[in-house]
Design a protein around this ligand. Structure first.
Ligand code: NAD
Length: 794
């Protein structure tokens, strides 16, 4: 045999990783597990169990407890009892625990990696080299935040007891992403792993207790959707952090609406992988392999939509197909395979059926002729070309090793196609022209953008979605805030109900009346008559009519949203420009301070002195946001790679704002100014009871160079207008300050496009106190962080 033929016929031999220790751990537990509550395994209250299988063989691996409301209740009680003492330990002591957990993961790294590969079906190469080291890195990084908490988050306190629900695709890593920040910052946890992959969470909890983690700090309750649902509904849970499908995320948004629970949602994606014709083609082909065949494509941020510039499409597809033919699908414990098994038969069926739909809708299918192991849930790497942007496979998340490809001609078309999705988790841009790549990155609606790279993660760099990929971030400083709440809001009390006096009709005298000035709405930079042509009375403190304002309706809100949408240039205006305009607003309000004070006093019955103080505070607030506009900036991360990640603060888009009745000018300014300072456009519903300070503000807006459509004001009945704003699919964020009911309504109805909501649940804010009503406390809600990863070097 010649050397050449020898090389040609050479194949990989099996290189299996030993699984003895993992099997011995299972055997020690007789492959049957209870929940892990208050530092020990306990049998499920109802005695029910579920089977969990090994995806590569289909064989039952273990039986896990099926949690019900009694189990969840026991876990929440344990977490509640532990939370006070855990928070009181203080950051530096908690840092030691987190550090011990990081070391513990490293010490047991091989056991965790093997168990994960067996339970999930993913290759040992990935669990060993990515899942486990990154999980350890999360605990190290967050040990650091615990250490620094008292200094870096001095104005914040822990949220309390956190319910965390995670999916099956990165069972240990998702645990780390959730548990590390929660524990570091003084919360305790009830974790519900995915029903297919609960074993590493149970092992982790057991090892953590051995490593000295106090009982009750981390509890694991296993089970399927009903168990998760019981956790979501438990009244004594302060926050839900969920990672999973958009469909379940929506259900959770609805169920937690009005409950006061804080919520973060890390949901699905359909992320674009954009290749320009000047890209390093071989590099980009390897990038695709990592983007869509890593973890069998069961990755929320998988680059599942390939967008290739037309001129290189044929070459690119040819090289990609050649590379696909060399991928190896096999047993997860084989160290030389590229792809393992799909997690479960139901997921395999879903992939097959979506691919069949793709073919029926006209896509061309390519699957290399490579062997798949017998039995088990295996699926080959798959490429679909000639896919129409509206095709099912181009819009639905497949969550499997299936890449759909489309072509584009110009950069603008690439951006349009990339953003043609309801999701916004991640994007990958490939071009050797740095100027082009960095021009495209800000235009992509996604929480993470990788330049000439894909699937880079780090504990110090936030991860999370735009649009229907959810809200909240994991990792980094922004991720830490998700497990904290402002101390200045902790003492808020429910607003006292105020009765509106009955309208007293008092006949006028014979003097010359003031010229009638009926306030209209303010839409697209112009005063506009309300669509219904009705007015509503504004009744003063003694029951006298102090004015009339337009009765806005659905149509008016829609017009205002359209105007705000059209003012998109504001989101691209420079921060310096926005700052100048905020200062100018302050200056022009100051010029009319006496008039506004008179108006507030007349409307509310406050003393002239108090009203004047409210106007002064409003002017100061506008100046404060003029100052913040070019200072509440992102940051540059230096993750462990040769490169940078730029955490950029981007505006959310169009925000609805519903104002409370108290402090009618100051609350209005306090809510509008941070949003506008960060480049959002707003549709504001002013105080229902005292709207005239806001309608007088039109003239301040008109004289301060605020571009048309940036601030739109619709007066009227708060609850009805809140409902319309919450249901409107073109409103990206909604802030509701006022009643408890309006807050609940806003959260519940925002589920359509998963708006970012900020509501006060009827608790009154002290608007005069800058710690409670000014600066980062609100600015953080006015931006979404995009992390742009820029590796460099050869
Ligand atoms: P899933 O939504 O079906 O399940 C996720 C978790 O929620 C599981 O633990 C499940 O038991 C639980 N659950 C199911 N129904 C529930 C209910 N009604 N109430 C409470 N909990 C419930 O998702 P999946 O199929 O396990 O995971 C795949 C999805 O997860 C994909 O859409 C993927 O994109 C997404 N994902 C997102 C991220 C991210 O960070 N954005 C990361 C990984 C996975």
């Amino acid at each position: 045999m010649s050397v050449a033929t020898f090389f040609d016929s050479m194949d990989y031999g099996p290189a299996p990783e030993a699984d003895g220790e993992a099997r011995a751990w299972l055997a020690r537990h007789e492959a049957r597990f209870g929940h892990f509550i208050d530092g020990r395994f306990v049998a499920p209250a109802a005695g029910a169990h579920l089977d969990t299988a090994e995806p590569a063989t289909g064989k039952t691996l273990a039986r896990i407890a099926k949690g019900d409301t009694a189990d969840i209740d026991a876990a929440v009680k344990a977490a509640r009892a532990a939370q006070g003492p855990w928070a009181k330990l203080g950051g530096p002591a908690r840092a030691r625990h987190l550090y011990a957990l990081a070391r513990m993961i490293q010490r047991h790294g091989r056991l965790l990696a093997v168990l994960e590969a067996i339970d999930n079906g993913k290759p040992i190469r990935e669990t060993r080299d990515l899942d486990v080291p990154l999980a350890a890195r999360h605990f190290y990084h967050h040990a650091g935040w615990a250490q620094l908490q008292e200094r870096e988050f001095a104005d914040q306190q822990p949220v309390g007891v956190v319910g965390q629900i995670i999916p099956w695709n990165f069972p240990l890593l998702m645990l780390a992403w959730k548990v590390a920040p929660a524990l570091a910052l003084g919360n305790t946890v009830v974790l519900k792993p995915a029903e297919f992959t609960s074993l590493t969470a149970l092992l982790f909890a057991e090892l953590a207790t051995q490593a000295g983690l106090p009982a009750g700090v981390l509890n694991v309750v296993t089970g399927a959707g009903e168990t998760g649902s019981a956790l979501v509904e438990h009244p004594n849970v302060d926050k839900i952090a969920f990672t999973g499908s958009t469909e379940v995320g929506r259900l959770i948004r609805e169920k937690t609406a009005g409950s006061g629970k804080s919520l973060t949602l890390e949901l699905g994606g359909k992320s674009p992988f954009i290749v320009f014709d000047d890209a390093d083609i071989d590099g980009a082909v390897e990038g695709v392999v990592d983007a869509i065949w890593f973890n069998q494509g069961q990755v929320c941020c998988a680059g599942s939509r390939l967008l290739v510039q037309e001129g290189i499409a044929e070459t690119f597809y040819a090289r990609l197909k050649r590379r696909m033919a060399s991928l190896r699908v096999g047993a997860p414990l084989d160290k030389a395979i590229d792809m393992g098994a799909i997690v479960a038969p139901v997921q395999l069926e879903r992939i097959k059926s979506l691919v069949a739909t793709g073919v029926a809708e006209g896509a061309a299918l390519y699957q290399p002729q490579i062997g798949l192991p017998e039995g088990g849930c295996f699926y080959p790497p798959t490429l679909m070309t000639g896919v129409h942007p509206a095709a099912t496979v181009a819009t639905e998340e497949i969550f499997g090793p299936v890449l759909v490809a489309m072509t584009f001609r110009t950069p603008d078309e690439a951006v349009m196609l990339a953003n043609n999705t309801r999701y916004g988790l991640a994007a990958s841009v490939w071009s050797e022209t740095i100027g082009l790549a960095l021009d495209i990155a800000p235009k992509l609606q996604a929480g993470v953008v990788w330049v000439n790279a894909t699937n880079l993660f780090d504990a110090g760099v936030g991860f999370g979605g735009y649009r229907e990929s959810g809200f909240g971030r994991e990792g980094g400083r922004e991720g830490a805030y998700e497990y904290l709440k402002p101390k200045a809001w902790a003492a808020r009390l429910p607003r006292a109900a105020s009765d509106v006096p009955a309208l007293q009709v008092v006949p006028g005298g014979m003097e010359t009346p003031a010229i009638d000035r009926t306030a209209k709405l303010f839409v697209g930079g112009k005063q506009a008559r309300p669509d219904g042509n009705y007015s509503r009375p504004v009744i003063g403190p003694t029951g006298r009519l102090v004015g009339e304002v337009g009765e806005g309706n659905r149509k008016d809100i829609r017009n205002a949203v359209a105007a705000a949408r059209g003012a998109e240039a504001w989101s691209r205006a420079t921060a310096h420009n926005r700052a100048q305009i905020l200062y100018y607003l302050g200056e022009n309000l100051s010029a009319r301070a006496a008039e506004f004070a008179g108006r507030i006093a007349g409307m509310t019955g406050q003393s002239k002195g108090k009203a004047a103080a409210e106007v002064e505070a409003s002017i100061a607030r506008l100046f404060a946001y003029g100052a913040w506009a070019d200072k509440f900036e992102g940051t540059v991360h230096t993750p462990p790679l040769r490169g940078l990640a730029l955490a950029v603060h981007e505006p959310i888009g169009v925000a609805g704002v519903v104002c409370p009745d108290e402090a009618p000018l100051l609350a209005f300014v306090s809510l509008v100014a941070p949003l506008v300072a960060m480049g959002n456009r707003v549709v504001v519903v002013p105080s229902e009871r005292h709207p005239l300070a806001a309608t007088d503000f039109y003239q301040v807006l008109e004289t301060s160079d605020v571009p048309a459509g940036v601030v739109n004001i619709v007066t009227g009945a708060r609850d009805g207008l809140t409902r319309t704003l919450a249901e409107h699919e073109d409103v990206d964020a909604l802030w509701v300050f006022g009643s408890r009911e309006a807050s609940a309504l806003a959260e519940r109805l925002s589920v359509g496009n998963l708006k970012r909501t900020l509501v006060d649940h009827g608790l009154a804010t002290d608007w005069r106190n800058p710690a409670a009503a000014e600066g980062p406390i609100l600015l953080r809600h006015a931006v979404q962080v995009k992390n742009i990863w820029i590796p460099y070097g050869e």
